[in-house]
Design a protein around this ligand. Sequence first.
Ligand code: ZN
Length: 392
Amino acid sequence: MDLFFHNLTLLTPNRLIDFGDLLVQGSAIRAIGPSGSLHPPTNCTHIDGSGLILSPGFIDLQINGGFGYDFTTDPHSIWAVARELPRYGVTAFLPTLVSSPPERIDCALEVFLQGAPANFSGARPLGWHLEGPFLNPRKHGAHDPGYLRLPEANLTQNWSVKNGVRLVTIAPELPGALLLIRTLTSRGIAVSAGHSCASITEAQAGFEAGIRYVTHLFNAMTPLHQRQPGLAVAALNEACIHIGLIADGAHVHPELIRMVWKLAPTRLNLVTDAMAALGKPPGVYPLAGKQVLVTESPPRMENGQLAGSLLSLDSAVKNLIHFTGCSLSQALKTVTGIPTRILGLRKQFGKLAPGYPADLVLLTPDLEIIATFVGGAPVYFHPHYQERTHAG
Ligand code: ZN
């Protein structure tokens, strides 16, 4: 189905076009221009975007599950969750596997390799974010310390982008970590520092070896200390490091989010770290084989450790605007262009530009999601959406 969006604000890579049109042919964006400048072919669907904004689809690099499903407990559930994520504007994501035994990691890769079930429509899984098992036991957070191990080549022999490994979180101070970082990055896998007690020099050695991202800044790492700066300071100071942040206002205090925004506005990437209770009422939900009683946000384990979040990605964007006063277009980049840079997929996703896949979100200026498209196919409609479409 071809789509013609007209009279809307377009979030193009370098600027907002206030009154613009965008034409989708098949699965890709065909043309973009000021209103009235494009000539849609006959029999394409017209979408009146008056008062609305069209953004590239949102991309979540860290999500543990949602809608009752936990990816680590059941890797097959990535497809069930992928069907639901477009309601939050998400068109692509990295299902995240917390530290697990090797058989579970192999199962996760197998699920990705098998591909989508028949008649699937939803957000695209771009590969796994393996959060562990090479993490520092002193910063294990909600991960089972029994599954943590030292970096080893044997376990990672089949880890590749083709096999579904897109991002790996490692504590760079562990023995053997630097060699493993070099090996994984040479295979095109993005490597992140996290769940770590790295000193500033250990963190910098990790960056030198190829780390380009830091997993949920400030959470599960050495806190800011005036005489012993660690990973957080190293990441904020280094221009080539992108920063993952959970902006629910509870994992990180809003004043620190404001500080990060001032220091690194073009390197900030919002993630949800959402767990199975996302989109569900209070109750008991799985997280990596454990049961978590979820009664409040953010959820906590019995020992008080944070157990992921209940944050949706569109809410994270709203929170960032609320906490920092940044513009909508600045905030949207943290979940569109910036994650594609981290994954080395800048030329494939995350932009409104001709030739890019039509992974699109139609939203109101106050960030209500009206409709979501993946590869030109509608995957979510707000109940009022239908009023705005008609056959051309
Ligand atoms: Zn974590």
